[in-house]
Design a protein around this ligand. Sequence first.
Ligand code: SAM
Length: 285
Amino acid sequence: MATLLDPFGRKLEYLRVSVVDSCNLRCFYCSPGESCKPRSMRGQLGREYIVRAVSAGAKAGIKKVRLTGGEPLVRKDIVDLVRDIAHIPGIEDLSLTTNGTLLKELAVPLAAAGLKRVNISLDSLDTHNFEQITCGGQLQSTLDGIEAAFAAGLTPIKINMVVMKGLNDHEVENFAKMTLHRDIHVRFIEYMPMLGQDDVWQKHYLPSSEIMALCNNVLPMESVPEEDLTGPALNFRFPEGVGLLGFITPVSQHFCANCNRLRLTSDGKIKPCLFSAEEIDLLPA
Ligand code: SAM
């Protein structure tokens, strides 16, 4: 089996594929300060191109694939795309990151097509605040999506909350409490700076140490040993809790040394690092 080693000796086994650049929500962190204006969009690769790129990756050593976006579920052929990728020899794990709003209808067909798990982005449990952060999104649609994912067996379900000071940090404790009675993995993600948005970022950035302190206010957490050393989260649980609490620290404690991922943009460019503008266009090849 081939191995993809980068010049730093990191073994690249994980490909994140942006299958579409458009989204049905307009979350604050994706376009901060743009007051809900649509972003400029990249193009969208046809299904057969994505499948060819992932197949080439699998031959080179990629084993894990995550579909993301934009919002992957707005892509009309998403179920067929999942089925095609699930059949690529060498791909052992296929997951998807979504805002959950379209999962109610799609969870069962996606699971049947070979999707293993979902990460669901949810930044507020309050209807009004959810609407504010997402520029008009409906909280209930994401909550319905989470239930649909459970029912379809797309587990373990990870809920990703980007914690932003003054916007949703007052909800951290409520998110932490979700893990007390449900087998759910809530992951608190540090708000990362976007290019040219330093002032907005500085205003709303909250380091994980402070997010952890808020969770410890609920109950003192116990640390959980790392199962997967390449995963970015530091994991904890409450003593009697069923689920897990994870902390992802791209800013305060970046995890570049353990990074094992490549990204494929929706218009066919390999992006070796999220924090770099470097991209390699696959289309000529
Ligand atoms: N639409 C899908 C969703 O909502 O999950 C997938 C794409 S969305 C860009 C994926 C995730 O990227 C977000 O939920 C969030 O966790 C993360 N993200 C985007 N911008 C971020 C930022 N500035 N800081 C931290 N996380 C960010």
